[in-house]
Design a protein around this ligand. Structure first.
Ligand SMILES: [Zn+2]
Length: 93
């Protein structure tokens, strides 16, 4: 059995499953999913060079890192005291 305590992601207080003293927050983040904007101003586009450049950029990343750049999903746990102010201002602005 897993006896490691569940801790609030923000303040580290111990959470007690079944007692309703915390919230589970699921975050899904996508990179801009719209198609790339084509620059019409370029009089002499060189798609091959552009592809080479992109391939070179991607080859420096591991597959996991490349994936992390476009999609992240994480789950955090927040105690009620942390959750209430956080949900009103999740971006922290
Ligand atoms: Zn907390």
């Amino acid at each position: 059995m897993d006896h490691s305590p569940l801790l609030c992601h923000r303040c580290g207080t111990e959470l007690h499953p079944g007692s309703g003293d915390f919230y589970v927050v699921r975050i899904e983040a996508f990179a801009d999913p719209s198609p790339p904007v084509i620059e019409e101003a370029d009089p002499d586009p060189d798609p091959r060079r552009e592809l080479d450049r992109l391939a070179e950029q991607l080859s420096t990343l591991s597959p996991q890192e490349a994936m992390d750049q476009v999609y992240r999903r994480l789950t955090i746990y927040l105690c009620v005291a942390c959750y209430r102010p956080w949900i009103e201002n999740p971006a922290g602005a």
